[in-house]
Structure formats: C-alpha cells, structure tokens
Design a protein around this ligand. Sequence first.
Ligand SMILES: [Zn+2]
Length: 46
Amino acid sequence: MMARAADPRLCPTCGDIMTFEILDDERFLVAWTCLNCGLIRTTEPA
Ligand SMILES: [Zn+2]
C-alpha cells in the first residue's frame, strides 16, 4: 500500500485536524490553524 502525501488538513506536528481560513480569495491564500497545538501555516499555489 502506497503512503499518501501529507494531508494539508492535518497538522504536521500533532496530526490533529486543522481549520482553515481563506485570507485572499483571488490568490487562493489559505491559513491553516491547529486548535490543538496552535500551529499556523499558510498555503498558496506555487
Ligand atoms: Zn497541531
């Protein structure tokens, strides 16, 4: 069974489900927040 790519919805630190907030709709900039450990990261297309 192949390992799947890391799910962006899951916290890379604790594995909890992260909530997301759209910061910029036009640039698809999204901020992901982990409510468990407080990690925040943003994603945008390369
Ligand atoms: Zn976390």
